[in-house]
Design a protein around this ligand. Structure first.
Ligand code: ATP
Ligand code: MG
Length: 378
């Protein structure tokens, strides 16, 4: 039996069932044939795994589902203190330890023993029969017992999930995804907070034959999101248009404004409510507060930048943890090098930028028509 605990869903009041159902749907989708039955009980989701379940694989998949706080592989027993004692003993016998504790939780108040009494009765058994010491702080072994409505669950280990909220519970956003380190982490944080993320990637088709690396990043993020949609937008012509018409130090700002406008249009087609970027204050010239002001001004929708207050070090650590870092550091020329000025403006004025931008003629619909879209699923 797999016992799944969620975190924040628990505080959603009347919407709680909606969140729980969303999480149940996602677990079903992620585990597919691996499971026989899934149902929810107050405060927890219970999954009956298939006969030939691969626990390593289950562990890997559950650790990637947003909304799961922690999960355990548990023995299911009848609501009988003798049964609890028996299973706890069996678990303990197979472990090497000298100190332990029992940690019981009773959500079913009709069970005749309190949590404290369960701890004492089961603890006594192990202490006497196996000659071990009870230690309440940092014991070498903890055996958990949860008393539910119909059954109780006994287990020894809690595996951490990623927390957050179930994907699909928070509506849709579009994320500007480059081949770099930052934007995949930004998109991941939105997925973790329960948003459905549609990816948009711009690339120079005369430099990159196919944006394979970005596809790999999306595949990795789809392990968390479970299904994804992406737009790949050839952008070479427009990049040259910008290079031709704009002084080098302002190119990046205008380039990003144009991307932002196109992202807004795609968001409206997709019924998405925000644009996500991987900006972090001051990290590069295009991310000074002045330039962020100039760039985000091009968006009608809110621009969300979940990395805004993070250091590069922290972002890299997170990228490593979620598995995008190794892909992000592969070489990739998504952007013409003329776009990146030696001395970019760090304090652009919005009026000036808007004036220069008038020279760039582009048809958003035509650009989107040329985009390739692709669906991903786990
Ligand atoms: P990243 O590591 O995400 O590439 P960065 O630190 O290199 O970010 P910039 O290149 O200035 O910073 O890009 C800032 C943000 O603009 C990115 O995080 C991303 O959201 C968006 N962006 C940049 N280039 C592209 C692109 N080719 N396609 C889609 N979005 C892009
Ligand atoms: Mg970049």
């Amino acid at each position: 039996m797999i016992l799944i605990h969620y975190g924040e869903i628990g505080i959603k009041g009347k919407n709680r069932a909606v969140f729980e159902n969303c999480l149940v749907r996602n677990i079903k989708k992620a585990l597919g044939n691996e499971i026989e039955k899934i149902y929810r009980e107050y405060g927890r989701i219970l999954v009956k795994e298939g006969e030939r379940a691969n626990y390593e694989m289950l562990k890997e998949k559950l650790a990637k589902i947003p909304g799961i706080e922690n999960f355990s592989f548990a023995y299911e027993v009848d609501l009988d203190i003798e049964e609890m004692k028996k299973i706890a003993m069996e678990i303990a016998k197979n472990e090497k330890f000298s100190t332990f504790k029992i940690s019981a939780r009773r959500s079913n108040k009709e069970f005749p023993y309190s949590s404290m009494q369960i701890n004492e009765i089961v603890g006594e058994e192990i202490k006497e029969k196996l000659n071990k010491k009870v230690k309440l702080e940092n014991p070498e072994l903890t055996i958990f017992i949860e008393v539910g409505n119909k059954k109780a669950y006994v287990y020894k280990e809690k595996y951490s999930g990623i927390g957050g909220l179930p994907v699909g519970s928070q509506g849709k956003v579009v994320a500007l995804l480059s081949g770099g380190i930052d934007s995949p982490v930004a998109a991941w944080l939105m997925i973790k907070r329960g948003c459905s993320v549609v990816f948009i990637h711009f690339y120079n088709e005369s430099l990159v034959s196919s944006p394979k690396k970005v596809e790999e990043i999306i595949e990795k993020l789809t392990e968390y999101q479970l299904s994804s949609k992406a737009y790949f937008i050839p952008f070479g012509t427009l990049q040259y248009e910008i290079i031709k018409n704009v002084q080098s130090k302002y190119r990046m700002i205008i380039y990003r404004r144009v991307m932002t406008k196109i992202a807004n249009e795609i968001a409206s087609m997709e019924k998405a409510k925000a644009v996500v970027t991987g900006d972090s204050i001051g990290q590069v010239a295009s991310q000074t507060l002045e330039n962020i002001h100039c760039i985000y001004d091009a968006s009608d929708l809110p621009v969300l930048s979940p990395l805004i207050g993070m250091d590069k070090r922290e972002i890299i650590d997170m990228a490593k943890k979620i598995g995008t870092y190794e892909i992000s550091i592969k070489p990739y020329d998504d952007c013409c090098s003329f776009m990146v000025a030696k001395h970019p403006a760090t304090k652009a004025s919005l009026d000036k930028i808007k004036e220069m931008e008038k020279k760039i003629i582009f048809d958003i619909e035509e650009i989107i028509e040329k985009a390739r879209t692709k669906q991903y699923s786990k």
